[in-house]
Design a protein around this ligand. Structure first.
Ligand code: AHM
Ligand code: MG
Length: 336
């Protein structure tokens, strides 16, 4: 019975978000419109990523096309598509992208109340070998009583209204939270629609996997070193954890969300603030983790409490299952 309902009564992401918004009588559908433009960007990137290998074969990438212009790299192309889709939604005022040094301020005639921070194509070093990559985004609401400034996005992650990512993997999966839990949608290519496939995702309380670039180990600080040592040689007699590291944040976080465990990008001597960017990598993923019942920690505070001072600021990050993050928190507070 319910299987039949699934097949004939399709819960698309648009329908899902409209349902959610109808609980807020003040909502005028603006968020649904914004989201549908983000979804358009994701579908475009998905299609481009799927063709990436082929494009090389038929001579598209890195060559000049008929108009004599150089073909754009996939990350630049993805950025252009997202910027245009977001502006044309008529619902945004400030856009911060990993690809652009400066924030984009939307001209008044096309302006709306949302600020979107995003990494259009994260993990792009994985494109050429066909490994999963993704788009990450976070959404803030601006107070409509002033001209937009960068201060409107230099806000702690807990002020985000929504966050999500889209993973271009063996399937195309969009994971979204609007602040009341986390839901996952899978693109049905034959329909061109994202369908609810992972309702109300909760991360396991504790996991059996740790995920970190261990090649940086010689430069780690004490607590990170001790934590990873504990994963391999647990002192309490429990089994060691497995190591999984793709090097693509969306894929590593997605696995962590579904299977449990911990993802770490710690500080090290060479990168004292880690590698990952606060606004469009650390915050959205931390928002999703908390909404799924996990935690996100920077090494000295709850990640979502951090107040960024610069658009492209970095921070160390430890996120995942509640109990696993508790352990790293204990190591850092013992170290103080
Ligand atoms: P990018 O924004 O230049 O693609 O870098 C971000 C990526 C993340 O997806 C991933 O978690 C991390 O870099 C991996 O870094 P490393 O190769 O140092 O392990
Ligand atoms: Mg990135």
């Amino acid at each position: 019975h319910s299987a039949d309902a699934q097949r004939t009564d399709l819960m698309t992401i648009t329908r899902f978000v409209l349902n959610e918004q109808s609980k807020h009588p003040e909502s005028r559908g603006d968020f649904s419109i914004l989201l549908s433009h983000i979804v358009l960007g994701c579908k475009f990137v998905c299609s481009a990523v799927n063709k990436a290998g082929l494009a090389k074969l038929i001579g598209l990438a890195g060559e000049t096309n008929v108009q004599g212009e150089e073909q754009k790299k996939l990350d630049v192309l993805s950025n252009d598509v997202f910027i245009k889709a977001l502006i044309s939604s008529g619902r945004t005022c400030i856009l911060v992208s990993e690809e652009d040094e400066e924030a984009t301020f939307v001209e008044p005639s096309k302006r709306g109340k949302y600020c979107v921070v995003f990494d259009p194509l994260d993990g792009s070093s994985n494109i050429d070998c066909g490994v999963s990559i993704g788009t990450i985004f976070g959404i803030y609401l601006i107070k409509e009583d002033h001209e937009p400034t960068v201060e409107d996005v230099l806000q702690p992650g807990k002020n985000m209204l929504a966050a999500g990512y889209c993973m271009y993997g063996s399937s195309c999966t969009l994971v979204l939270s609007t602040g009341s839990g986390v839901n996952g949608f899978t693109l049905d290519p034959s329909l061109g629609e994202f369908i609810l496939t992972h309702p109300d995702i909760k991360i396991p309380k504790k996991g059996k996997i740790y995920s970190v670039n261990e090649g940086n180990a010689k430069n780690w600080d004490g607590p990170t070193t001790m934590y990873v040592e504990n994963c391999k040689y647990p002192k309490d007699g429990s089994s060691p954890k497995s190591l999984r590291y793709i090097g693509s944040m969306v894929a590593d976080v997605h696995r962590t969300l579904l299977y449990g465990g911990i993802f770490l990008y710690p500080a090290d001597k060479k990168s004292p603030n880690g590698k990952l960017r606060v606004l469009y990598e650390v915050f959205p993923m931390s928002f999703l983790m908390e909404q799924a019942g996990g935690q996100a920690f920077t090494g000295n505070q709850r990640a979502l409490d951090l107040v960024p001072k610069k658009l492209h600021e970095r921070s160390p990050i430890f996120l995942g299952s509640y109990e696993d993050v508790e352990e790293i928190k204990a190591l850092y507070s013992a170290d103080e």
